[in-house]
Design a binder for this molecule. Structure first.
Ligand SMILES: NC(=O)c1ccc[n+]([C@@H]2O[C@H](COP(=O)([O-])OP(=O)(O)OC[C@H]3O[C@@H](n4cnc5c(N)ncnc54)[C@H](OP(=O)(O)O)[C@@H]3O)[C@@H](O)[C@H]2O)c1
Length: 251
């Protein structure tokens, strides 16, 4: 028996990196998989590139509360309920504190924190007893990494949300947990507005802090997400699973 047979899974940020690998993993386990796309162009690209993978791709920028509401209402109206909610969409850029401005701050908190708080709120009417919410945090939520102040603060907030929302929803039979990736090879590094040389330098610096001495793969994070999504983790609540090659605990 597949682990997510006929379960309805909504994955934000499902068209790239960790979200995409998780969508494939959930699909392989029998789930109905729905994702969002932040704009019309990304929607069309996602349908063209991954049309077979997703049962639905719905327009929703996670920074916009009204769009989150219509995303979850559409899923709820079509499928009746949501069994697995993987709130994974996020952005990550690194800047020295002197260069951080309002726009940089807002983009990170709106995507990484607002997107989760209102994502959970708007999905809640469709989350029934036995459902699982998974949030994507990051290894930087518990370590001091230069130039990561804003991003790391958003992920520390997400770590906190995994616990507080867990406490709030546990009596409704809804489990909330988090996956905390270390460095994972995904398109996120190409979106940092850095020169290739700077990316390579950063990658080398990060590698030196990973006991397993390599970047992880999206599929390795997807396996942890599958564990948290399925009944295999039925006694796991308010936890954060690190998928980081030992970076947070041994680094
Ligand atoms: N890769 C790592 O080393 C690493 C480490 C720790 C934590 N994480 C976390 O893992 C999660 C997934 O990241 P990834 O590495 O897989 O990066 P990615 O490949 O860039 O994927 C991020 C996804 O989020 C989506 N997204 C971003 N802003 C959005 C918005 N406003 N509305 C809707 N969708 C939005 C992106 O859509 P577009 O494709 O349209 O941009 C994309 O689908 C993030 O939360 C990230 O912070 C990653």
């Amino acid at each position: 028996m597949s682990k997510l047979e006929k379960k309805v899974a909504v994955i934000t940020g499902g068209n790239s990196g960790i979200g995409l690998a998780t969508a494939q993993t959930f699909k392989n386990e029998g789930a109905i998989v729905v994702t969002n796309a932040r704009n019309q162009q990304r929607l069309e690209e996602t349908q063209a590139d991954h049309g077979d993978l997703f049962d639905d791709v719905i327009l929703a920028d996670v920074t916009k509360v009204d769009q989150l509401e219509s995303l979850f209402n559409s899923v709820g109206e079509k499928y009746g309920q949501i069994d697995v909610l993987f709130l994974n969409a996020g952005i990550a850029k690194f800047l020295p504190i002197e260069h951080v401005d309002d726009g940089f701050y807002n983009a990170h908190f709106d995507t990484n924190v607002r997107g989760i708080i209102f994502g959970v709120q708007k999905a809640l009417p469709y989350l029934k007893e036995g459902s699982s919410i998974i949030l994507t945090t990051s290894v930087v939520n518990q370590m001091g990494m230069a130039n990561s102040s804003v991003y790391a603060a958003t992920k520390a907030a997400v770590r906190s949300l995994a616990q507080s929302l867990s406490a709030e929803l546990v009596d409704r039979g809804i489990r909330v947990n988090a996956v905390s990736p270390g460095p994972i090879e995904t398109p996120i590094f190409g979106k940092m507005e850095l020169e290739q040389e700077q990316i390579d330098e950063m990658a080398q610096g990060i590698l030196g802090k990973v006991p397993l001495k390599r970047f992880g793969t999206s599929e390795e994070v997807a396996k942890a997400a599958l564990f948290l999504a399925s009944n295999d983790s039925s006694f796991v609540v308010g936890a954060e699973i690190e998928v980081d090659g030992g970076m947070a605990t041994l680094g």
